[in-house]
Write a protein that binds this ligand. Structure first.
Ligand code: 5GP
Length: 184
């Protein structure tokens, strides 16, 4: 393990287990890009990456598309631990491009409770995109609090905390090419 000088981080890394290898991810991302390319054939899409977790996924996904796309980013934060409402979510980085009349695809790292995604969809709908769909790298079903589903899903898992491929644990581990599940 290189680049991990922090002792507590090393302990966590010792307890990780590979969930999806780089090869498995590459294959699945190409399949997803094909699905999206077919769905929007002949059109140009605007992909909105949700920072920070989705940046690696988005970068790989767009390079496998066979249709043109433009890119923007947004970032959201939730506050008030333990509460279960979209009212606790704030946008910390707004999208910069106009989305009115555009075919928009939100690119999310993980859908867990569904609160973040629901908030974002509601905000973006106000700007009247032509269409609005969601592509999630991982769908975590068990803790869903709002019954929302992504239109394109890379992998579905029941539960557990995952890192790597853009996903962090206290800002560490985003650089790892594989996805790991942290074991308690
Ligand atoms: P939700 O609002 O759906 O509960 O929250 C989704 C966000 O929580 C994701 O975009 C992600 O940033 C974070 N998240 C949820 N589960 C995990 C996980 O297993 N690993 C990491 N690194 N982040 C997670």
């Amino acid at each position: 393990m290189t680049g991990c000088q922090n002792g507590s981080y090393e302990v966590k890394i010792m307890k990780r287990k590979i969930l999806f290898s780089k090869e498995t991810i590459d294959q699945r991302v190409r399949e997803l890009a094909d699905e999206i390319s077919q769905e929007y054939e002949g059109r140009e899409i605007l992909m909105i990456g949700v920072l920070k977790g989705a940046f690696v996924f988005l970068a790989d996904l767009i390079r496998s598309l066979s249709i043109p796309c433009e890119i923007d980013f947004t970032r959201l934060a939730s506050y008030g631990a333990g509460t279960v409402s979209t009212e606790n979510i704030v946008v910390t980085k707004k999208i910069e491009m106009p989305i009115k009349g555009r075919d928009v695809v939100i690119v999310e790292d993980i859908v867990d409770t569904g609160l973040t995604l629901t908030y974002l969809i509601n905000q973006l709908k106000k700007e009247r995109p032509r269409s609005l769909k969601v592509c999630a790298f991982i769908d975590k079903k068990r803790k869903r609090k709002i019954p929302i589903e992504a239109d394109f899903v890379g992998f579905t898992i029941e539960d557990g905390f995952v890192v790597g491929y853009g996903l962090d644990v206290n800002e560490k581990a985003r650089f790892l090419p594989d996805v790991y599940i942290i074991e308690e």
